[in-house]
Design a protein around this ligand. Structure first.
Ligand code: AMP
Length: 281
């Protein structure tokens, strides 16, 4: 695996790959890699000729300074993992490579950033759009792979790509979970033993609730999920929404023919965990 440290070097390499008429798969990450990230790389390797991953902890998407400062930084082991699964290139830019001195762009996110993560993390999705737009300009991928773990982010990136005219296919990839159901996340490393032990209740409760939609109203299901998780003294639900996958709008009653999803954010200690599951109405 070749390591690329600057924007100019990356652009040069991409130009030569394009000259050979090869397709480029791109997997942007913030490092602290786990099997969820590696599954995106696998998808890219299966679907494109050359896979480029990036590792960049993007300051503009952190609305909470201490979350940014405490974000796990594990570059050496990340590079080892990427090498082991034969990723072709890893791009490790620094701040100037991405932003130069311009971090003032504002993106049309089609109002998809108004609820859930967007409401609880003001500015987060503008920061995500800012970094992904810049990375797409440098890497010019044929396909880019994003996890459904960050479902709202995935839909916002799809919108941004359309509105800016980036020529890239956005490929959604399923959530990879621990054996007990907890969605893999770089932030899981920061959970205490007790928090880690209790965190699988989030997924378990959503799964159980997905089986209740025949018998109960949307409101009843929501109340049940929030109450069940909040009964655990270590967990606190920040939001739990039933949404239309395409518009991300809250759904008030079960309606056939819509693609619906449960989305949740839970605080445990000072860590925020997010998760979601697709449901069939
Ligand atoms: P991050 O490093 O957290 O910015 O994530 C980089 C990419 O990995 C994003 O597209 C995430 O949605 C994806 N990702 C993170 N965790 C998982 C997971 N458990 N399963 C699948 N994809 C994931």
């Amino acid at each position: 695996m070749k390591k690329i440290y600057t924007r100019d070097e990356c652009k040069k390499i991409i130009s030569s790959v394009k000259q050979e008429n090869k397709t480029i798969g791109f997997v942007p990450t913030m490092g602290a890699l786990h099997k969820g990230h590696l599954s995106l790389i696998d998808n890219s390797k299966n679907q494109t000729d050359v896979t480029v991953s990036s590792i960049f902890i993007n300051p503009t998407q952190f609305n909470d300074k201490s979350d940014y400062e405490k974000y796990p930084r594990t570059l050496e082991s990340d590079l080892k993992l990427l090498d082991e699964i034969s990723c072709d290139y890893v791009f490790i830019p620094d701040y100037q490579d991405i932003y130069k001195n311009d971090r003032n762009t504002t993106y049309d996110l089609g109002n998809l950033d108004k609820n859930m993560e967007g409401a609880y993390r003001p500015g987060h999705f503008q920061g995500v759009a800012m970094v992904v737009d810049r990375l797409f300009d440098i890497v010019r991928p044929t396909k880019a792979f994003f996890g459904e773990k960050d479902f709202q982010q995935l839909q916002i990136i799809r919108h941004m790509v359309q509105s800016l005219g980036h020529q890239v296919d956005i490929v959604p990839c399923p959530i990879i979970r621990e054996d007990d159901g907890l969605a893999m996340s770089s932030r899981n490393q920061r959970l205490s033993g007790k928090e880690r032990k209790n965190a699988p209740l989030i997924y378990q409760t959503m799964r159980e609730a997905a089986n209740r939609i025949e018998k109960y109203s949307v409101q009843e299901v929501k109340q049940h999920v929030i109450r069940t998780i909040n009964q655990n003294p270590l967990l606190h639900v920040e939001y739990f929404e039933v949404i239309d996958e395409n518009t991300l709008e809250e759904v008030k009653r079960w309606e056939g023919g819509k693609d619906l999803r449960f989305c949740i954010a839970v605080i445990t200690g000072n860590i925020r965990l997010i998760d979601n599951i697709k449901i069939s109405s």
